[in-house]
Design a protein around this ligand. Structure first.
Ligand SMILES: Nc1ncnc2c1ncn2[C@@H]1O[C@H](COP(=O)(O)OP(=O)(O)O)[C@@H](O)[C@H]1O
Ligand SMILES: [Mg+2]
Length: 148
């Protein structure tokens, strides 16, 4: 399969985790401070894998793991990365209570897994990344709303 290259809005297909990571890394190259990436997809689709690529693209060397229990992880990179997993939140209110609004409003790049849980707390101009698992196991990754 051809490696993914373009970080622009569109639909991409990946056949292995490293390709999903490479797409995230490419996207990171065009993200700016304040950008929020709403990253949706079912359990095991590849959201954390994609986020690992974004982290690498931001020059973060620290291992990124899923913040399922901690909800928010913050990393220092070329731009700071806020990795948010909203899976365990009941809704926007929970997100506000843990200071989520300040985190995404505080600069850097924010990546939100399970964004539908807190959609009301996310900016309308969020970059939407949606990962689906195809029958053959490949991932279809749609990127929308990226303004360059
Ligand atoms: N093309 C692919 N892209 C991403 N992950 C893939 C792909 N093919 C298989 N996988 C596997 O799917 C799983 C994705 O896990 P993860 O990124 O943690 O998902 P999520 O965060 O969406 O729950 C990993 O075990 C990974 O090895
Ligand atoms: Mg995950």
């Amino acid at each position: 399969m051809k490696p993914v290259a373009s970080p622009y809005n569109g639909i991409f297909y990946t056949g292995a985790p490293y390709e999903t990571e490479a797409l995230g890394e490419a996207l990171a190259g065009v993200l700016r401070s304040g950008n929020v990436v709403a990253l949706s997809g079912s359990l095991g689709a590849g959201k954390t894998t994609f986020t690992r690529g974004i982290a690498r693209g931001l020059g973060i060397e620290e291992e990124t793991t899923s913040p399922t229990y901690t909800i928010i992880s913050e990393y220092e990179g070329v731009l700071p990365l806020n990795h948010i997993d909203a899976y365990r939140l009941g809704g926007e209110r929970d997100f506000y209570e843990i200071g989520g609004e300040e985190v995404i409003g505080g600069g850097g790049v924010s990546v939100v897994e399970w964004p539908e849980k807190i959609s009301g707390a996310l900016p309308a101009e969020s970059v939407m990344v949606s990962i689906s698992v195809l029958e053959d196991g490949r991932r279809e990754i749609a990127i929308r709303g990226l303004a360059l």
